[in-house]
Design a protein. Sequence first.
Length: 299
Amino acid sequence: MRVLYQVDSFTTTAFTGNPAGVVLDAEGMTDAQMLAVARELNNSETAFVLPADSADHDVRVRFFTPAAEVPTCGHATIAAHFARAVEYGLPAGSLVQKTGGGLRQPVDVVRDGDRIAIRMHQGAAGFGPELEGPRLDRLLRALGVARGDLAGDGPVQIVSTGHGKVLVGLRDRATVDGLRPDREALVSLSRETGCNGYFVFTLDGASPDALTWSRMFAPAIGIDEDPVTGNGHGPLGAYLVRHGIAPVHDGRFTFTGRQGEAMGRPGRVRVCVTRSPEGDLTVSITGEAVTAFRATFTL
């Protein structure tokens, strides 16, 4: 018997935020079995927890969409370590997870009474190519927007803190909410760019409880739309600092991003960006979570 959790990440209200499956004792499962479980649950990602295989980490976690394995995942990392904390009664503390992509990422379990939050330290920010010319026009057509809808204070650019996203800043919330992307056009563009996720955001209507409002599309890996994306908000934080859109005080910038309203699954991600004296940017994201259900299964 294996233990399965379904956890809603970046929220404290069940059936909101971003759902992720978590198999807590996945040792011995084949790749095909992991993919079958991920397809059955049909969440954007499912996490499979495995024992460490060397001394430089505490636990391994592999992540599968319904279509493929991905190197890392923000909301499913939150879900995996929330489920572990609940199932095993883990205290507050820190550990290192090794992902299927070979990344080693520090993770903190933060407890406040009965409330549990998980902080994921993502990889150093890497800034890829900017989309320009005909390729940018194709992307905008695929999203159903025009150049005049772009925010204009930063480029359309691929940014990664472990799993790259194309970041697209738009001028207003109404345009973000009204997006109806052309799925096949985005899949075709992903084949050219090598980047499968399109994280569309705006600073329009920023409020005391959240700076950004966003949506994320990744049809090339089986995710037409993702409710709340940890591996989108991390790159977004680095992007805002890199392009001078966000203020940095004492080498740090923190903000909360909102996502998921368009899908009826609202959630919030807390992001912290740290800039070293050399200008390197590192990012952590923090989210609370709630158990939707716990079950057992056999293969």
